[in-house]
Design a protein around this ligand. Structure first.
Ligand code: MN
Length: 292
């Protein structure tokens, strides 16, 4: 098979609107009752867009994670992140926070003081990335990058691609991933084309979240995620009739048992019970402090 053939589409997922913990509205392609993960990805949430009046912005107060990574990518607004390893960082428009929870992290993700005081638009994504069994208990790690620090590709008709991790259009994102992975955001004007060659055998997803885009042989509108087959082949996305925005996600499937319970994702039920017990006993965090 040549690399110029297009990957076949396995299916299209319709996002569902739901309300998350801190009270913010999210649009979620997965997990759903029918689809608990798209290995190695565990969850994708589009936060907002929501326009907050002064004093009304919401976030996620102190909570734990173990066994996977949380990736926050902001399109509008800003959040302040604080975690048990002592990291405190502001994620601004276009910035990304790639947090490897590993053996355990307690963190909060809250609107910045400015956002609280002045109000404004909050819009972004949170992606959950699973860790392989052998790396679930690694030390926590925080990688934060601002928009200007990411690899950017300008497209012919005025759009662009911002690469967070992996390689798209020859541009390599700055984030170091625990397993081979691609994560990118593309803004497409009519006629702009993105060509992406995910590795054979890897999961490949295109999530359309604004406008309408043609993904290989099928056209998708905002809120639809296209799941490609894992066979060799190219993924080609074109904004044919309107401007569009997409997320590009790819990764090596782990193929391991996955047991999730709220903010913990492990391989067995016993490991989940241990995580809950350790959290309750104030022993979840091995690096840093057990409370914020
Ligand atoms: Mn979190």
């Amino acid at each position: 098979m040549t690399t110029t053939s297009l990957r076949e589409i396995a299916g299209t997922i319709q996002s569902q609107r739901t309300v998350e913990g801190g009270g913010f509205s999210v649009r979620r392609p997965f997990p759903t009752a029918q689809l608990d993960q798209i290995d190695p990805f565990l969850l994708l949430d589009e936060m907002g867009p929501a326009d907050y009046a002064p004093g009304k912005a919401v976030g996620a107060p102190s909570h734990p994670h173990r066994g996977f990574e949380t990736v926050t990518y902001m399109l509008s607004g800003s959040m302040v992140h604080e975690d048990s390893t002592g990291t405190k960082a502001v994620i601004k428009k276009g910035g990304v926070q790639w947090m490897t929870a590993g053996s355990g992290v307690i963190h909060s993700e809250l609107p910045t003081d400015d956002m609280m005081k002045l109000g404004g638009r909050m819009h972004g994504f949170q992606l959950w990335v699973n860790l392989p069994a052998a790396k679930k208990m690694i030390d926590p790690r925080y990688q934060g990058y601002e928009a200007e620090e990411m690899a950017t590709v300008q497209l012919a008709n005025g759009g662009h691609i911002r690469v967070v991790a992996g390689v798209v259009h020859g541009a390599k994102g700055p984030v170091e991933t625990t397993s081979p992975m691609t994560y990118a955001h593309a803004v497409l004007e009519v006629g702009d084309v993105v060509e992406w060659l995910p590795e054979e055998g890897h999961t490949a997803l295109i999530h359309v979240f604004d406008g309408e885009a043609r993904v290989n042989e099928s056209t998708s509108v905002s809120g639809e995620m296209v799941v490609l087959q894992r066979t060799a082949g190219l993924v080609r996305v074109e904004a044919t009739t309107s401007a569009a925005q997409i997320l590009i996600m790819g990764g090596l499937p782990l193929g391991e048992p996955m047991v999730r319970y709220g903010p913990f994702v492990m391989n067995t039920k016993e490991e989940i019970i241990t995580a809950v017990e350790e959290y309750n006993d104030g022993k979840l965090v091995k690096v840093g402090k057990n409370s914020l």
